[in-house]
Every structure is written in C-alpha cells, then in structure tokens.
Write a protein that binds this ligand. Structure first.
Ligand SMILES: Cc1cc2nc3c(=O)[nH]c(=O)nc-3n(C[C@H](O)[C@H](O)[C@H](O)COP(=O)(O)OP(=O)(O)OC[C@H]3O[C@@H](n4cnc5c(N)ncnc54)[C@H](O)[C@@H]3O)c2cc1C
Length: 375
C-alpha cells in the first residue's frame, strides 16, 4: 500500500463518472463504506476515492478470511523452479528459513515481476528504456479540518522555497487530499530516480525521500492555518510506479485504446488516463482516454507468452509505455487481479483456460468485462 490512499480507475473520467470496475473492488468499497472509511468520488485531473489505511487492512483481512485465502505476510518470494514451459514451484523466505510451494498455476502480482523473473519467464524493465518515476507518499497530521490547502497554493509555496535555496525538493505539484477518519493530508511529492530491483539504490532513494518529506513539511507549515502540521508517515517503502512487465501473448498499446479497438477476450476495464511521471524532468503529464470513457483489457495481456501457467496482475501486466501508465492504477489492478485469479484457478482445476468461460465467471462475480456493461 505504501500510503497511496486514493483509488483511481474505479470510475470513468467524464462529467458524470460511471463505475468501470466492480467485482472484488466493490466488495472492498462496501466494507470501507460500512466503516465510514471512504470518501468520494472526487477529482484532480481524474476521478478517485480516498480511503483510510487501517480500515482497508481490516476489510481485506476479513474478505480474505471469508474466501478461505491462506494469507502469509512478510513472506518474500525468492526463487522458482521451471520445467520446460511451466513453473513447478516457488520458494519463499520467512524467519523460519526457506520454504517451497508447488502449484499448477501462478499469478505474479508482485509489482516488480519478481516471480516471473525468478522463474525464467520473459520479462522487461519498463518500456523502450523509459520507466515511470517513483515517489514517496507522505502523510501530514495537525492541519485543522476546516483549513483548505489547494494544489496551486502548495506548488507556489514549494517554488518560492526552492527559489530561496531551501530543500531538498523534487516535484512541486501533487494531488492533495484529506483522509476520511483522521483528516490527515496525503500528497505524492518526494520523488527519486532509483532502481527498485536493487536494495542499495532503493535504500538511498528512501533516505533522500525522507529528507524531502521534512522539507515539504516546512513548506506546509508556512501555509495559512498549517503552523502545527506534523509528519505523520512516509511510505514506509518508496512507491514504485513501474518495474518489470511480463512479456505476454499480447502487449496492450495505447494506440489500441485511442482507436477503440474491440478486444474479444476483454476481462477488465481501464478508465484512468496515461499518467506519466518523467524521471528526467520530474514533471507529470496526463492524457485522457478517448471520450473520457473506459477501454478494454484483453486476457492475452495477462498470459505469459513463454510460461504456460503464469499470469500477471496489476502493474506487471504487459502494456506499452502509455497503456502501462494507465492500467497500473489500483482500481484497474483490482480488475486485472480478479481476472488473473479466475484464469489461474481455471487452469489449476481444469488444465486449460477458456477465455469465454473466464469472462462468464467474472460476470457472475459482478465484474465488468466489456465497455457495453457500463451504465
Ligand atoms: C506515489 C504513487 C502514487 C500513486 N497514486 C495512485 C493513486 O492515487 N491511485 C491509484 O489507484 N494508484 C496510484 N499509484 C499506482 C499504484 O499505487 C500502483 O500502480 C498499484 O499499487 C499497483 O498495484 P500492484 O498490485 O500491481 O503492485 P503493488 O501495489 O506494488 O503490490 C505488490 C505487492 O507485492 C509484494 N511483493 C513484491 N515483491 C514480492 C516478493 N518477491 N515476494 C513477496 N511479495 C512481494 C509487495 O510487497 C506488494 O505488497 C501510485 C503509485 C505511486 C508510487
């Protein structure tokens, strides 16, 4: 979670936002609503909801328990065995040492594509030499609820502090939002160019990011009504927007989206824009999907092209630079995660994946798999 507390991708981005992701995402949203722990939809370029970080843990714990999921926190996948074109088992570490799990099907939802890489499946880092920038999410307390801080106000204050030689700062613009229960303010400013596959590189980024967070706190304290602000939390981990993708049977291209190309094996809908954070300029840009509506994500983008029992979810899914910068958001990750799970379960139970049956099961589970389902 890394303190990223705004679900994007659940809604289309037009004047009247429509739900583009349901299924498991809606079960999570219902749990959050019951706890009074989600607000929105609201807007900053796109449409998003804001949730409380402790409430989402409780909701996910109880949904996993109800579904009979055996959960293992703090278990790091560190290797896998491959035989021909399949993964046979994966290895993971806890404080008891190394363990092995055998399975008939696997989903890589690691964000970094670790399982695919360790299993010798084809992967790539970023796209054509470009990798979306990482940012340390930061949470500030002590700002009274009736004090309004706008993104423009913060940008101007950061620019003034930069001009006065204060810092260190990277970005000067971010969404600013208040959490439902605590009223804490969350923003995504402190950014660093690092390699998430390398612990030394990521650790250095994290240390520099924390220095930035304190510098941003100084700026925030200078804003009207914010003198008593404090730094409630950073990360804890640096937030990585992009690392490895699997090489899948198909790579979703943004041009497919622009041309509205129908995807007969669509299993999920993307609704976010191309949100690109540049490593060189530290600037971000946003391109809306055509007509600010949703687009279809084919099952083929989740199926490894060379490892028959490996599926991808979330930001590991195969997509080009622009499509990847859109489908990576958490709302869409709910949808690709659910689809990858259904497909993997089908392969494990029945020995093959039938795309039409995957779509049917997802529909039965309340998921949206085609743009025509949006109401
Ligand atoms: C600063 C920032 C702001 C963002 N803002 C938003 C936003 O406002 N709204 C939005 O929807 N999205 C936002 N995103 C994007 C979003 O956070 C990610 O793209 C999304 O979380 C991707 O989901 P995922 O499940 O693929 O990967 P992740 O969320 O990265 O989850 C991967 C999980 O796998 C675990 N893992 C990794 N490797 C291993 C291993 N070897 N063994 C065991 N476990 C492992 C990790 O610990 C983690 O829990 C933002 C991202 C960043 C960095």
């Amino acid at each position: 979670m890394r303190n990223v507390l705004t679900y994007c991708g659940l809604y289309t981005l037009g004047d009247e936002p429509r739900r583009a992701v349901m299924g498991v995402a809606e079960e999570v949203m219902a749990g959050l609503r019951k706890l009074g722990a989600v607000t929105g939809p609201q807007r900053h370029r796109g449409v998003f909801v804001v949730f409380d970080p402790e409430a989402v843990k409780l909701v996910l714990d109880s949904l996993c328990a109800e579904a009979g999921v055996q959960v293992m926190f703090n278990a790091f996948v560190c290797g896998a065995t491959r035989a021909d074109d399949r993964i046979v088992d994966l290895r993971w570490h806890d404080h008891g040492g190394e363990h092995t799990i055998r399975a008939r099907a696997f989903v890589d939802a690691s964000g970094e594509g670790d399982l695919a890489q360790f299993a010798g499946a084809a992967t790539r880092y970023g796209n054509d030499g470009a990798v979306n920038l990482g940012t340390l999410a930061t949470r500030f307390g002590g700002i009274p609820r009736d004090v309004v801080v706008t993104a423009d106000q913060l940008t101007a204050a950061v620019q003034a502090a930069k001009a006065a030689g204060r810092g260190p700062f990277s970005k000067d613009r971010s969404v600013l939002t208040r959490l439902p229960i605590s009223g804490d303010m969350v923003c995504y400013l402190a950014s660093e160019d690092y390699d998430p596959r390398d612990a030394l590189s990521q650790s250095a980024a994290e240390r520099r990011g924390r220095q930035q967070a304190w510098a941003y706190l100084d700026v925030i304290r200078s804003l009207p009504g914010c003198a008593n602000a404090w730094l409630a939390s950073t990360g804890p981990e640096f937030g990585t927007r992009e690392a490895r993708h699997i090489e899948a049977a198909h790579r979703l291209a943004w041009q497919d989206v622009v041309e509205g190309r129908p995807q007969p094996d669509s299993i999920a809908l993307g609704a976010w824009g191309v949100e690109w954070h540049d490593r060189t300029t530290l600037q971000s840009s946003f391109i809306y999907p055509p007509d600010k509506t949703a687009y279809e994500i084919p099952l083929r983008c989740l199926l490894s092209r060379d490892t028959g029992n490996l599926f991808a979810a979330g930001r590991v899914v195969d997509a080009d630079r622009q499509a990847g910068a859109s489908l990576r958001v958490m709302g869409t990750a709910f949808a690709t995660g659910q689809a990858a799970g259904v497909a993997a379960a089908m392969l494990a139970d029945q020995g093959k994946v039938d795309g039409e049956r995957v779509r049917r099961v997802l529909r039965e589970q309340g998921a949206l798999v085609e743009v025509s389902q949006i109401t």
